[in-house]
Write a protein that binds this ligand. Structure first.
Ligand code: PLP
Length: 389
């Protein structure tokens, strides 16, 4: 018998196992509750907040793909982050969060700190001195997100995890931008991986969801217990759709990637482009680490146009295919202007320090035809160049 690889095992979770009718795709279990066989005789499931068969198929598939002991699917990506914070940060303890983590992550930890629930330090993980100073304060949890948004900065997971473990901290890594196919943080020393499954894992921009995957069984057991206690678990219907999306993840990622490479070739030497941010480029500051810890470079890229905001407006004016919208990782191509959208909450000075200019655009490259994507972005670059006069 052939030993099946990780992807095949993960994507086939639950297929062909229906004992009642031999359904190839496992049926969805929408029931909120389950009968007991008798007093003191529960079956595998009793109540769907605690556990649900459809959600467990999704959990099992993601646990296999990330190489974890178990996964806990919850209602949103932020619910997954909340779950980790509540289950593993005792009151009054510190959390060290990467300074350019997802905006919702920043807001959650900031709000919890304002409530006096915990203390938080936002630190540039590529600044060894700042990271060392924050770790010296004995945090309970260190929060990594790599690549980060919107400039795709790379954090060396192994290096940060080793330093965090040396001071007794737990390490969580947000793996939303790459999916388990291109990066498996547990193999680089993280204790927990979280995803917004809203993005690549579901991949069709029609479900909001999240998951937390633990390397060790005891950590997983605690996450599952706390997800039920806090009431964060996701719906069966969402789990069904997310698993349906997950089954094509590998096929989608390959098209996402080749399309992105075609656009990078167009953008890298174009005169209208002042800077191009893609971890796969040799000039990207995180390229070496990315090559070491990632098996793919993903389908997000950012470009800074010469000419600032007017150039960005010219680029967008009449742009085909790409929708001007937040979010990422769906089959459809999206474009975002971080200065006025995802990062509008920052002051202009803070944006400037973070390297987010008014001419910066972030692309989430979809699975349309590469030829069409290259054609419409080529036209947009011509418009941007003309606006620069
Ligand atoms: C979208 C996102 C989240 C939050 O997920 P939701 O599903 O929107 O709650 C967290 N981290 C990253 C990196 C994200 O892109």
């Amino acid at each position: 018998m052939a030993e099946l690889g990780r992807w095949t095992q993960g994507m086939r979770t639950g297929l062909g196992e229906d004992p009642t009718h031999g359904a190839v795709v496992p049926p969805i279990y929408l029931s909120t509750n389950y009968t007991f066989e008798g007093i003191g005789e529960p079956r595998a499931y009793d109540y769907s907040r605690s556990a649900n068969p459809t959600r467990d198929h999704l959990n099992d598939a993601i646990a296999v793909l990330e190489g974890g002991a178990g996964a806990t699917a919850v209602s949103t990506g932020l619910a997954a982050i909340t779950l980790v914070a509540e289950a593993f940060v005792p009151s009054g303890r510190r959390v060290v969060v990467q300074h350019d983590a997802y905006g919702g992550t920043w807001r959650l930890f900031t709000f919890l700190a304002e409530q006096g629930r915990l203390e938080v330090d936002f630190v540039d993980f590529n600044d060894d001195e700042a990271l060392g100073a924050a770790l010296a304060l004995s945090p309970a949890l260190v929060w990594i997100e790599t690549p980060s948004n919107p400039l795709l900065r790379i954090t060396d997971i192994r290096k940060v995890a080793d330093a965090a473990h040396a001071v007794g901290a737990m390490v969580a890594a947000d793996n939303t931008f790459l999916s388990p196919l291109y990066q498996r943080p547990l193999e680089h020393g993280a204790d927990i991986v979280v995803h917004s499954t809203t993005k690549f894992i579901n991949g069709h921009s029609d479900v909001v969801g999240g998951v937390a995957v633990a390397a060790e069984q005891d950590v997983h057991d605690r996450l599952r217990l706390w997800a039920n206690a806090l009431g964060l678990t996701g719906s069966a219907f969402d789990a069904y759709l997310t698993l349906r999306g997950l089954r094509t993840l590998d096929a989608r990622m390959r098209v996402h990637t080749s399309n992105t490479e075609a656009l990078v070739d167009l953008l890298r030497d174009h005169p209208a482009v002042a800077a191009l941010y893609y971890p796969g480029l040799p000039g990207h500051p995180g390229n070496d680490v990315a090559r070491r810890q990632q098996t793919g470079m993903g389908s997000l890229l950012a470009l800074e146009l010469h000419g600032g905001r007017p150039a960005a407006e010219a680029f967008l004016d009449g742009l085909q295919i790409f929708h001007l919208a937040e979010s990422l990782g769906g089959v459809e191509s999206l474009i975002c202007h971080p200065a006025s959208m995802t990062h509008a909450g920052m002051t202009p000075e803070a944006r400037a320090t973070a390297g987010i200019g008014d001419g910066l655009l972030r692309l989430s490259v979809g699975v349309e035809s590469a030829d069409d994507l290259v054609a419409v972005v080529g036209e947009a670059l011509e418009r941007a160049a003309r606006s620069q006069g």
